[in-house]
Design a protein around this ligand. Structure first.
Ligand SMILES: *[C@@H]1O[C@H](CO)[C@@H](O)[C@H](O)[C@H]1NC(C)=O
Ligand SMILES: *[C@@H]1O[C@H](CO)[C@@H](O)[C@H](O)[C@H]1NC(C)=O
Ligand SMILES: *[C@@H]1O[C@H](CO)[C@@H](O)[C@H](O)[C@H]1NC(C)=O
Ligand SMILES: *[C@@H]1O[C@H](CO)[C@@H](O)[C@H](O)[C@H]1NC(C)=O
Ligand SMILES: *[C@@H]1O[C@H](CO)[C@@H](O)[C@H](O)[C@H]1NC(C)=O
Length: 327
């Protein structure tokens, strides 16, 4: 399974003939190899499943990979990955490959994650990860839309007003409640700002005519939805997509009214920054050793000397990083 174009680096060669050789077994697969892709996919799915606010992420690039071969035949994969925010909210049942990616001009969000996975018999499981989420800075521009903090007063007002509007004007026979604000932005158009909001909603136990306390239904049976709202002066528009109930893989419902991003005044939702249940130390060890790892050329087969059988010169691409999938 793992016999790919790998290089076993033998460090610390025999120091004396009576001593056992000190062998540090690790392999450095290509960042674009199928095994790197497979490990990155498991890491992405796992990290997305931990993320209960904001949007799903997609893989943009495998920046580095190192595989530690353990004596028992299992492996530890250490990956450096770059993810990009998609436009699918975490409650959107669409699989990640069907989700659009937030363009740079819309202030893209990027996350760099170091992930440690264990592999046995071709099965990967995430041991620990560490992520840093950042807004892609865009050049200042007059008339551009700028992200606002998720607790912005005007933005939150737009969310409330547009949800009331939506609940008065659909035929779904249920009132929906706010679940999670994804983004708020403001753009100067004429003399007034045009505000935009994106937010997730959840079905409650009220119908649209009930005047009662409305409580969100159990997320397993509730319909979820995602709304785009816009206001400019007195003009208010809202458009909500309602997803069918999906009992498959919903993340745990957000705890309490405010996500960490909302309560800390951030403009975007951050991925879990550290997940290291056993405090493995693998993540910090990784970045150091990755820098020291020998540079290995991308050689799937040994390149033949030029001229042999008229072989073309083999372009030795760097082993890593892998190709950029989006931007
Ligand atoms: C290193 O790899 C060799 C060959 O696969 C194996 O015999 C040896 O036990 C490994 N050593 C360690 C420390 O994992
Ligand atoms: C419902 O939506 C339609 C189309 O957007 C709009 O014309 C109508 O005024 C809305 N009705 C109410 C009660 O908001
Ligand atoms: C919804 O549930 C809450 C709490 O159980 C209850 O107080 C309320 O009356 C319910 N609303 C309706 C319309 O049934
Ligand atoms: C939810 O689960 C039920 C019973 O397991 C199944 O019949 C139904 O198709 C599922 N719905 C969705 C949307 O997957
Ligand atoms: C948003 O949150 C930040 C940090 O908690 C706080 O300083 C700021 O006053 C809040 N803004 C509003 C409008 O609540």
């Amino acid at each position: 399974m793992m016999n790919l174009g790998v290089v076993v680096a033998l460090l610390g060669l025999v120091a004396c003939s009576s001593c056992k050789p000190v062998v540090h077994n690790f392999t450095l697969p290509l960042c674009d190899s199928p095994e790197a892709e497979a490990a990155a996919q498991v890491a992405l799915d796992f990290i997305n499943a931990q993320h209960t606010h904001g949007y799903k992420y997609t893989l943009n690039q495998i920046e580095d990979i190192k595989v530690i071969n353990k004596v028992d035949g299992t492996h530890t994969y250490l990956l450096e990955l770059e993810f990009l925010e998609t436009k699918c909210h975490v409650y959107d049942p669409k699989p990640v490959p069907q989700c659009d990616i937030r363009a740079k001009i819309e202030t893209a969000v990027e996350a760099d994650c170091d992930v440690a996975l264990s592999e046995a018999g071709g099965q990967f499981s995430v041991v620990a990860f560490k992520c840093k989420t950042e807004l892609e800075t865009v050049g200042l521009c007059a008339g551009c839309a700028f992200l606002q903090p998720l607790n912005d007063t005007d933005g939150n007002q737009l969310v409330q007003d547009s949800l009331v509007h939506f609940n008065k004007n659909h035929t779904l026979n249920a009132a929906f409640a706010l679940l999670d604000i994804g983004r708020l932005s403001s753009q100067v158009v004429g003399i007034r700002p045009r505000l935009r909001a994106e937010y997730a909603i959840i079905e409650t136990n009220c119908t649209t005519v009930d005047n009662d306390i409305c409580v969100p239904l159990d997320p397993v049976v509730a319909r979820h939805g995602f709304c785009h709202a816009e206001s400019h002066g007195l003009d208010l528009q809202v458009d909500c997509e309602i997803f069918p109930p999906d009992n498959a893989t919903l993340p745990a419902p957000p705890a309490g009214p405010g996500s960490p991003s909302t309560t800390h005044g951030f403009k975007h939702h951050k991925l879990t920054s550290l997940h290291d249940p056993d405090a493995t130390g693998l993540l910090s060890a990784e970045s150091e050793s990755a820098e020291k790892a020998p540079i290995v050329k991308r050689t799937v087969v040994d390149p033949q000397p030029n001229g042999v059988l008229g072989a073309e010169p083999v372009a030795l691409l760097p082993r890593c990083p892998g190709k950029i999938k989006h931007f």
